[in-house]
Design a protein around this ligand. Structure first.
Ligand code: NAG
Length: 324
């Protein structure tokens, strides 16, 4: 307890300063916190918007405006489309408005003040390349996606993902107060959408959380870029470890519905974890794992190898009509 207090007072005065954070780590924190701090910095560096990302986001925003105008006269949807899309200035503004309006509207539990929450969302997301990449991931990889508007307004996986990006931003500030805001956001998202992702977990860009119900991702988990996570997926601990105890998922990994991945293991780039699989061992790059740690060797069946390869190809962004 005392070390936690010491850590928090250290962290609040020295938040964001690289060397100070490192020192705080060495003196007071467990290895996992050091890991979380250093990789959070890496993710931040990797996810900072480039000129190309900003151009893509501007293009997404233009498409959103077009689509919104085509339905603004709907008696049922007009008002929502007006306040959430047409009155916004850019993609960050749209996403922040949507997240804040949903998280603030608590009927039970804690109330988060809507306007302050929206400002915090804008600050957290405005230089982040990942929300735009997430929109494109949905458009290219979810066959049910018919519009950009649907992605940002009606996909709760998108909402839960962006809310976690905001909570992660608060968590990374390190002070007790910021970390509790992060935990409050986690709590609201979990209440609203049954998606429980710790704010210290690192989620790469281009994430598609399809259906997004019953997803649990633990504190020291990491998910690389361009991954797809179906409903009821758990990235958890084994219950036997403390510290750095959650899975590290590579890039372009697909986690099928109900997949349970446990422990500080690595799932390699391009791997597929089958529905309902239970995985407690490393999965090599490009492999498919099903059942209990059962690797399907793509060399055994050329037909199967072909299927896996085709799936990897369809994760790319050039899917009909949706590349912008
Ligand atoms: C993720 O997808 C984007 C868009 O296709 C691509 O530019 C980027 O290189 C991909 N990153 C990884 C690590 O797969």
């Amino acid at each position: 307890m005392r070390s936690l207090l010491l850590m928090s007072s250290f962290a609040s005065t020295l938040a964001f300063k690289h060397h100070a954070a490192e020192r705080t780590c060495r003196v007071f924190a467990t290895r996992s916190r050091c890991h979380a701090l250093s990789t959070a910095r890496q993710i931040k560096a990797l996810s900072t918007s480039t000129v190309e990302d900003k151009a893509r986001d501007a293009q997404i925003f233009r498409r959103l405006l077009e689509e919104a105008r085509s339905i603004e006269h709907s008696a049922l949807l007009g008002p929502a489309v007006q306040s959430q899309i047409l009155e916004s200035n850019d993609l960050t503004d749209v996403v922040s408005e949507i997240i804040a309006s949903r998280l603030a509207r608590a009927t039970t539990g804690i109330m988060l003040p809507r306007d302050k929450l929206k400002e915090a969302c804008v600050r957290a997301l405005k230089e982040d390349a990942r929300p735009g990449a997430d929109v494109m991931a949905i458009m290219s990889r979810d066959p049910a996606a018919i519009s950009y508007l649907q992605c940002v307004m009606f996909f709760k996986g998108f909402h839960a993902t962006q809310a976690q990006r905001v909570s992660a931003n608060f968590w990374a500030k390190g002070s007790m107060s910021a970390r509790h805001v992060a935990l409050a956001i986690q709590n609201r998202v979990s209440e609203l959408w049954a998606v429980d992702i710790h704010p210290a977990a690192e989620l790469g860009g281009g994430l598609l959380m399809d259906h997004a119900t019953g997803i649990v991702i633990g504190e020291t988990a990491r998910v690389g870029a361009n991954c797809t996570i179906l409903h009821s997926v758990t990235l958890g601990g084994t219950g036997k470890e403390r510290g750095d105890r959650h899975p590290k998922i590579g890039d372009r990994v697909v986690l099928g519905a109900g997949a349970t991945v446990l422990g500080n293991i690595h799932v390699g780039d391009g791997a597929t974890v089958g529905s309902q699989a239970v995985v407690t061992k490393d999965v090599p790059e490009g492999m498919t794992v099903v059942g209990l740690n059962k690797l399907l060797d793509p060399n055994i069946s050329p037909a199967r190898q072909d299927t896996v390869k085709k799936r990897i190809e369809t994760w790319q962004y050039e899917v009909n009509g949706y590349s912008i």
